[in-house]
Design a protein around this ligand. Structure first.
Ligand code: FAD
Length: 400
């Protein structure tokens, strides 16, 4: 059987390796002069490929029931087995899996070794521009023919790696419904006058996303303030919800600068101030970056040299509110050039969840980020890419 895989990213390459169990003739078409360009950037060059925390809540889709049919404990076990088969020894840091070598290139090289061992052919510098189906054959760029076609072209995210969203166009032409695609795992923009003043500051916080004053989700971790807004893994994870919210809805990130206080922050702060006879600015500097202290005091017009115990009841309440619920208006996110992944994609209702074959076009398969599956930071997107490659590849090898 003649199989063509469009796109030599992780999901396409894993598909090829798994499909080659039988005597299939497999060709990967890759527009770049190299395979797996994006993989090298993952995990800051260290490739965070898996996570010990296997809860489904680390993934998002418009259809959680179908999501679970694809991403489940059994299929995640398959991912670990696959990395084991590749000979990648894990280094596990706080539940995050990296190759023990600390190099994404180790994973790339192991994948390429398998492709070569299985004699899978790759056409480099081959841009697929057009796909048609005639008489049960797929015809690519009016010149290549195959019986089975796998579209693994990735999303719009990081287009400099080769993924510029062409897969959505091919699939739309085959009448697939593409659920709105937006940047995700990305920095958020804010028009707050305080972002510039806080630029460069990092702080361990709890952050919550509110849409039209309704709580949506929260995360703990390090926030980074930038000229344009907010960054950090906790912000990246919340960006999924920002990307799905309606344009005109009011969006807010609320920051708790005192996440270590489990009970009543007002009582804690009162005791803290009583046990340290310091003016308010010096008191706060014992907890927070000086830029945060200045912004909070300026915002409430509190004199830096005043003492907490001297403040009136209202001002004390406002100070505690600012320390635990500081609001940043969110105007959107940075674009696809900055986003690690995209939310949205091919509607899961239109694929068979056991093998990711299109329900609309027989012998057409869809993998990786093209699907309406988005993972949080922590290895979940590579898990999705590998799961999909395994499901499609195994199906292609079983059927032949
Ligand atoms: C900076 C960064 C860091 C990341 N870090 C992590 C991490 O640590 N952990 C994690 O789990 N995820 C991470 N991700 C996300 C993860 O890399 C992706 O979700 C995953 O690689 C998607 O795989 P894919 O096979 O669907 O698509 P891609 O890897 O995007 O591959 C698509 C391939 O198709 C090719 N292609 C596209 N169009 C055509 C065409 N028309 N003709 C021919 N070829 C074409 C492209 O050149 C590309 O090689 C990161 C992403 C980025 C950008």
């Amino acid at each position: 059987m003649n199989i063509i895989i469009v796109g030599g990213g992780v999901s396409g390459v894993v598909t090829a390796i798994r499909a080659s169990k039988s005597n299939n003739k497999i060709t990967i078409l890759e527009r770049n002069d190299k395979l797996l360009k994006k993989l090298l950037l993952t995990g800051n060059g260290r490739c965070n490929y898996f996570n010990e925390d296997r809860r489904l809540s680390n993934f998002h889709s418009s259809d959680n029931k179908l999501l679970e049919e694809i991403i489940n404990i059994k299929n995640l076990d398959e991912v670990l087995d696959f990395f084991n088969y590749l000979g990648i020894v894990p280094k596990i840091i706080n539940g995050y899996y990296y190759p023990y070598s600390n190099q994404a290139s180790s994973v790339r090289d192991a994948l390429i070794y398998e492709l070569n061992r299985k004699k899978i052919s790759v056409k480099y510098n081959y841009l697929v521009k057009n796909i048609e189906k005639k008489n049960d054959k797929f015809i690519i760029n009016d010149e290549l023919k195959c019986d089975k076609l796998v579209i693994s072209t990735g999303s719009f995210a990081y287009p400099k790696t080769g993924s510029d969203g062409m897969g959505y166009t091919f699939l739309s032409k085959f009448s697939h419904n593409i659920i709105k695609v937006s940047p995700s795992l990305v920095q958020l923009k804010s028009n707050s006058k305080y972002t510039k003043k806080l630029s460069g500051v990092r702080s361990e916080v709890e952050v919550s996303f509110y849409e039209n004053n309704k709580f949506i989700s929260k995360e703990n971790g390090q926030i980074q303030f930038t000229d344009y807004g907010l960054s950090g893994i906790c912000i990246f994870n919340l960006s999924y919800y920002v990307s799905r919210s309606l344009p005109n809805n009011k969006k807010e990130i609320r920051i708790n600068f005192l996440p270590f206080i489990k009970d009543n922050a007002a009582i804690w702060f009162n005791e803290f101030s009583l046990s340290h006879n310091k003016c308010i600015a010096n008191l706060l500097e014992g907890i927070l970056n000086i830029k945060i202290v200045n912004v909070i005091l300026e915002n409430l017009s509190i004199d830096k040299n005043s003492y907490y115990q001297e403040l009136d009841f209202n001002t004390k309440n406002k100070l505690i509110e600012s320390l635990t619920n500081f609001k940043f208006n969110i105007t959107g996110s940075l674009d696809f050039n900055h986003s690690q992944v995209c939310s949205g994609g091919v509607d899961l209702k239109e694929v068979n969840t056991s093998n990711l074959e299109s329900k609309l076009i027989s012998n057409l398969y869809i993998t990786g980020e093209l699907l309406d599956i988005t993972g949080n930071c922590g290895g979940y997107n590579l898990e999705n890419a590998v799961v999909s490659g395994i499901l499609v590849g195994d199906d292609l090898s079983d059927k032949s």
